[in-house]
Design a protein around this ligand. Structure first.
Ligand code: NAD
Length: 255
């Protein structure tokens, strides 16, 4: 990013862009003037995201991507680079979660959550960084972590530990890739009002109230608020910010 001429086209790839935070992040970057590759495990599910982004006039390409597969990662990054003429920004947003008492967490759950949330983010980061290093133009990687990676919550062992690992991976990659002008940062949102989260809370009102009581500002975040933080980290205003985790939690972790 820092080497990008001021009015040059910027190119971003957003994973997990079919629902939840992904579409808002893609729309935010499109409004900032990015051309974008939006990805989903099934590219057919990207129709709503494409329609939402279309009015910005940015170039947007839908891609199938399963971050668990090295081949899928290589193909998606190669297609994004080819279609957009390069990449400057990667947003590792794809993630899965689980809610299981620690004594009942299975090896299958643990491995699958790490496979998507940690290994998937690593594979994507390596593949995009290979492109950035060879293009010699710098860039930035933004990992969507969680407050669950910073503080303890009951029944969120696999998920929270995976997000803690993602936060540490952010520091490790930031240090190692700084000489290549690649910034690596994370965002740790508290609960965000997405459709799936709202459905979960509608079915579990006691959990909803308990989570809400912990948030000093008395509400959850919106997808647009996460998108705003992504826009900042992807912008030249954040040129000196790397290896950090920006917390967006209405005061949850300060309380
Ligand atoms: P979501 O479940 O609505 O969307 C997640 C996306 O990831 C989906 O589009 C899904 O298809 C994609 N995905 C899952 N497995 C994948 C795979 N193997 N390969 C590629 N894509 C895959 O979730 P969300 O609420 O929008 O969350 C987005 C990110 O934000 C996640 O990393 C999540 O952990 C994080 N987060 C969410 C909240 C929240 O309250 N919603 C809070 C903190 C952090």
């Amino acid at each position: 990013m820092t080497n990008t001429p001021k009015n040059a086209t910027k190119r971003a790839l957003v994973t997990g862009a079919a629902r939840g935070l992904g579409p808002a992040i893609a729309l935010g970057l499109a409004r900032d003037g990015f051309d974008i590759a939006v990805t989903a495990t099934n590219a057919d599910r990207l129709a709503d995201t494409l329609a939402a982004v279309a009015p910005t006039g940015c170039r947007v390409i839908p891609l199938a991507l399963d971050v668990r597969s090295v081949t899928s990662v290589e193909q998606a990054v190669a297609k994004a680079v080819e279609s957009l003429g390069g990449l400057d920004v990667l947003v590792n947003n794809a993630g899965i979660t689980a809610r299981t008492p620690a004594l009942e967490v299975t090896l299958e759950e643990w491995n699958e959550i790490f496979r998507v949330n940690v290994t998937g983010a690593l594979l994507m980061s390596q593949q995009v960084a290979r492109h950035l290093v060879s293009a010699k133009r710098g860039g930035c990687i933004i990992n969507i972590a969680s407050t669950h990676g910073l503080i303890g919550f009951p029944q969120r062992l696999s998920y929270g530990t995976s997000k803690g690992a993602l936060i540490q991976m952010t520091r490790m990659l930031a240090i190692e890739w700084a000489p290549h002008d690649i910034r690596v940062n994370a965002i740790a949102p508290g609960t965000v009002e997405t459709t799936s989260r709202n459905e979960f809370f509608a079915a579990n009102p006691a959990t909803h109230q308990a989570m809400l009581r912990r948030v000093p500002v008395g509400r959850f975040a919106t997808p647009d608020e996460v998108a705003g933080m992504v826009s900042y980290l992807a912008s030249p205003a954040a040129a000196y910010v790397t290896g950090q985790t920006l917390i967006l939690d209405g005061g949850l972790t300060a309380a």
